[in-house]
Design a binder for this molecule. Structure first.
Ligand code: PBG
Length: 326
């Protein structure tokens, strides 16, 4: 017989373990937490079973679980009591994520805290920046100073990493400068510069109450059909000084993750978004798919080139890893 014997390396469990090219570890995981400003709330997000909105005064419960499971990094999203056209809650020194960060740092200083720099959870219109009354579109340049204020107040609250998701042009450069000018040159920027205008964010917008009240985000987020455009976004973010790059969503965009991995040497982060979570969670809960598909999806994102994964499945993955699944 004259052919390759590929099956030689698949013969036993130990052999397969030895040649496995991609592994998921707890170090890779970033867990998103939705924090509510008002008291005494722990409410499951209807479209995201197993994910909760939790109030500041109960945040310790969630953090305790995160710590116990072995998750080392969290990203907070805020649900403020009040919203206004300028999104003041985003850059208030005692805003909801700033306070969540302080609580987390006090209870578990070692847990890495990432804060998302955007206005959409804080504006009454739900857009990621200020609205130009003439065009009814988000105005790029007047939004930037507010985003810089947001990032600086987040750093002041003790955030370890600033993750701007607003998709305004120039946000990395401006935020970098703002952080540097205020004594935070040591705080890295994890840029969401490659963010598509995706329908997979639907459940997040329910959870964070950030659905735009008019229009959509297509004048600032990217067209899902475009691959070269991602390279242009990447090039400008690198030039502006980002330290890590997020690709979002992840599973329908594995080609983009691979492109970014091949183009740069900075860490690449896959954002396994809410809609991806909802689809897989539902299929697993209904018994249509084996739970192991969750791990398979994580492995796929890492195989595509992601170093880290922001995922609502972080707790499940920790449990599966503890149970010996790879
Ligand atoms: C804020 C933001 C969004 C997500 C993360 N940061 C929503 C959006 O752009 O509408 C979505 C995350 C998810 O779907 O899990 N701009």
């Amino acid at each position: 017989m004259n052919f390759e014997r590929h099956r030689r390396l698949r013969r036993t469990e130990f052999m397969r373990d030895m040649v496995r090219e991609t592994k998921v570890s707890k170090d890779d995981l970033i867990y998103p937490i939705f924090v509510v400003e008002s008291d005494d709330i722990k409410a499951e997000v209807p479209s995201m079973k197993g994910v909760f909105q939790i109030s500041l005064n109960r945040l310790h419960e969630e953090l305790e679980e995160v710590k116990a499971k072995g998750i080392k990094s969290v990203i907070f999203f805020g649900i403020p009591d009040e919203k206004d056209p300028e999104g003041h809650g985003a850059y208030h020194d005692h805003g909801v994520v700033q306070e969540a960060c302080r609580i987390s740092k006090k209870l578990y200083p070692e847990i890495l805290v990432i804060l998302d720099t955007c206005l959409c959870e804080y504006t009454d219109h739900g857009h990621c920046g200020l609205i130009d009354p003439k065009t009814q579109d988000v105005d790029n340049d007047s939004s930037l100073p507010l985003l810089v204020r947001t990032a600086v107040s987040q750093a002041k609250a003790g955030a370890d990493i600033i993750a701007p998701s607003n998709m305004m042009d120039g946000f990395v450069a401006e935020i970098r400068k703002g952080l540097d000018d205020n004594g935070y040159s040591h705080i890295p920027i994890m840029s969401y510069g490659i963010k598509y205008a995706s329908k997979f964010y639907g459940p997040f917008r329910d959870a964070a109450d950030s659905t735009p009240s008019f229009g959509d985000r297509r004048t600032y987020q990217m067209d899902p059909a475009n691959r070269l455009e991602a390279q242009r976004e990447l090039a400008s973010d690198l030039e502006e000084g980002c330290d890590m790059m997020i690709v979002k969503p992840a599973l329908s965009y594995l080609d983009i993750i691979r492109d970014v991995r091949n183009e740069t040497n900075i860490p690449v982060v896959a954002y396994n978004v809410s809609g991806e979570y909802a689809m897989t969670r539902t299929a697993v809960d209904m018994g249509l798919l084996d739970e192991a598909v969750i791990m398979e999806q994580m492995v796929s994102m890492k195989r595509a080139g992601a170093n880290m994964i922001i995922t609502y499945f972080a707790k499940d993955i920790c449990r599966m890893l503890d149970e010996g699944m790879e």
